[in-house]
Design a protein around this ligand. Structure first.
Ligand code: F6R
Length: 624
């Protein structure tokens, strides 16, 4: 997730681009930049590491002269740490071709090697920069003589070079491009990342979402995957990736700009819940096939040989990330690979037992959580090697770890973690698949099956999200309750803990998550008539026992909501049901957590709580 802006017209180009970037900062805020073509067809490029305010100050002190068109970008790092060099826009070797990009170019390493072999010099660590150099190659191959012809005559060449560049990209991208030699046209393309065109009078806009330009126009055209746009100040043409013209209808947006930042959702938390299929898809993209091959090596440093060598895994994290650790423990143990999970703040003595054959897996959305960092330092001091799973490129955790696997969820703004958790789970499933295949625990056929099933999860997440209204009704029925119980078993036990944590955080009510088998050992005593109890009971090894636990709770008066699939619904006799799509047992946590997030959200909404900024909590806990 990054924010893109583009503008062409007679108004103040730099001001419009920067204003748009400020509105898009919720999409990423580690570095930013703009590139505009000035009155002399020269490129004016300014970038900073940090927030848009700093860019604004820089540009105000040294403004562009007569800017006509340009692009801007606010970044959430995926490849290369946050820094000025890695900030967008990126340029080719001539410094005249400029690109801004949101997404991940899967084949960037291949492209980069070829381009470097052809003499291209790279200035950043990003995947994006390959696009500018590839464009330079395509322009060269069209034998364009920029200086010999008028700028307008270069438009077909610019477009064709862009089309050929886009055709070679694999992965997800929203792109916008400027060529200083052809300033009357901006180009844009979309594949799996959002991009929208704003239609003004004598001016047009490009952005990742409408909030960037809503104060100038409400007439917009949403690009679909596989579409490109050639944007001039007096009109926009649309094409497919083969270069065939298409027609598109404009729509009028009714949102105000705050609603637009949240994509029309009332809260960032709800928006982020709805972004979870994308979080999983982005985290798996290009990293799964073939399982057990060395495809994680270039990015993470983990080789097949190292995955075979570790005697055990030790997960550490805090809060929601710790619940991801627990899922990891069950998953690795299921494959017969020894694994433990601890909350980072209670790891001190066990840290001393770590040694060089232990892989400590530290999970943190922010990469800055003090307890997690402390645990990592102690484990390293004892000789362990550390793999960081984090959503934040360049964070302290990434600098201290031996191996790094980034989740690609984009910035999480809501304090209660949702999409980052799904990204963490996706990373763990990815890792477990690679470990199991590398160690021969999964045969090649089984590994392929595992990968294929995992790749189906984003679609199942979408299906689960489609049940939001039904889940909201159940939540509203319990909005006045002061106590909630969540139970489950095995790999869904951590999901019961997560369900309880979510509701505590944003609704301020008392909630407990329990291993269902523990109920009879004490907690069952607290059940009273009408107490809400959410039982996570998908089809799988724990189903019969879960059905028994539900009977026992109901017999003592609990009002049981069972999170089931079509088959397990027949076994579990609850008061109410939330029915999920069928999924292989091991992958069910990627789905079962979603209704619990939605449930917590709607309970908090009914209680009129400050959902995105719950009391007493901070997004990143940097003290112990
Ligand atoms: C819960 C939540 C927290 C974090 C925890 C760790 O919704 O967000 O429990 O999971 O503070 O934070 P990170 O992942 O940044 O280390």
């Amino acid at each position: 997730m990054c924010g893109i802006t583009g503008y062409i017209g007679d108004n103040k180009t730099t001001d419009i681009l920067i204003d748009g970037l400020k509105r898009l900062e919720y999409r990423g805020y580690d570095s930013c930049g703009i590139a505009v073509v000035d009155a002399k067809n020269e490129l004016y490029l300014r970038r900073v590491s940090g927030r848009v305010d700093a860019l604004d100050k820089l540009v105000a002190g040294d403004p562009a002269k007569g800017p006509k068109s340009g692009v801007g970008h606010t970044r959430w790092a995926t490849h290369g740490a946050p820094s000025e060099d890695n900030a967008h826009p990126h340029t080719d070797c001539t410094g005249r071709v400029v690109v801004v990009h949101n997404g991940i170019i899967e084949n960037y390493l291949d492209l980069k090697e070829k381009l470097q072999a052809g003499g291209h010099k790279f200035k950043s660590e990003t995947d994006t920069e390959v696009i500018a150099h590839l464009m330079e190659e395509k322009l060269k191959s069209l034998h364009v003589q920029e200086k010999a012809v008028r700028a307008e005559m270069l438009e077909p060449v610019f477009f064709e070079a862009f089309r050929r560049t886009v055709a070679e990209l694999k992965g997800s991208f929203a792109l916008s491009m400027v060529w200083a030699s052809c300033p009357a046209m901006l180009l844009a393309a979309r594949m799996h990342s959002p991009l929208v065109i704003g239609l003004g009078k004598g001016e047009n806009f490009i952005a990742s979402d409408v909030s960037a330009f809503l104060k100038f126009t409400k007439r917009v055209v949403f690009l679909n995957d596989g579409e490109m746009a050639a944007v001039r100040k007096d009109g926009v043409d649309y094409y497919d990736f083969k270069g065939k013209k298409t027609s598109k209808d404009a729509v009028t947006i009714q949102w105000d700009s705050t609603m637009a930042e949240k994509g029309g959702y009332k809260h960032f938390m709800l928006k982020e819940i709805h972004e979870q299929a994308e979080s999983v898809e982005n985290t798996l993209r290009g990293r799964l096939l073939p399982l057990g091959g060395d495809i994680l090596k270039a990015e993470t440093g983990l080789t097949t040989a190292s995955m075979k060598g570790f005697a055990a895994l030790q997960f550490v994290a805090c809060g929601t990330a710790y619940h991801a650790c627990l899922v990891g423990r069950f998953l690795f143990e299921n494959f017969g690979i020894p694994a433990h999970a601890d909350v980072a703040s209670e790891f001190t003595d066990r840290a001393k037992l770590m040694h060089k054959d232990t892989l400590v897996v530290a999970i943190s959305q922010s990469g800055e959580t003090a307890d997690t960092l402390f645990a990592v330092r102690e484990a390293k001091a004892a000789g362990a090697r550390v793999l960081a799973i984090t959503n934040t490129v360049g964070s302290t955790l990434t600098r201290e770890a031996d191996y790094v696997l980034h989740t690609h969820c984009g910035p999480e703004i809501g304090v209660a973690s949702t999409k980052a958790f799904l990204g963490q789970l996706a990373a763990i499933y990815l890792l477990a698949g690679h470990f199991a295949a590398a160690r021969g625990i999964l045969s090649s056929t089984e590994a392929r099956r595992y990968a294929e099933d995992l790749l189906k999860v984003p679609r199942l997440i979408e299906e689960t999200l489609a049940g939001e209204k039904e889940i909201a009704k159940v939540a509203e029925a319990f909005a006045a309750s002061e106590h909630f119980l969540f139970i489950s078993r095995h790999i869904n036990y951590p999901i019961a803990l997560e369900g309880a944590l979510k509701i505590k955080e944003i609704s301020y009510v008392h909630a407990e998550g329990y291993a269902a088998g523990e109920m009879k050992h004490g907690p069952i005593a607290i059940i009273y008539k009408g107490m809400p109890l959410l039982a996570v009971a998908p089809t799988g090894r724990a189903l019969e026992l879960m059905a028994g636990n539900v009977e026992e709770a109901k017999a003592r008066g609990a009002d049981v909501v069972a999170i089931v699939d079509a088959a397990s619904r027949k076994t579990v006799k609850a008061n109410r049901y939330i029915v999920l799509p069928d999924a292989p047992e091991l992958f069910t946590p990627l789905l079962t957590v979603i209704p619990l997030q939605i449930f917590a959200y709607y309970v908090a909404l009914a209680k009129k709580c400050d959902i995105d900024k719950p009391r007493n909590l901070a997004k990143s806990v940097t003290v112990r």
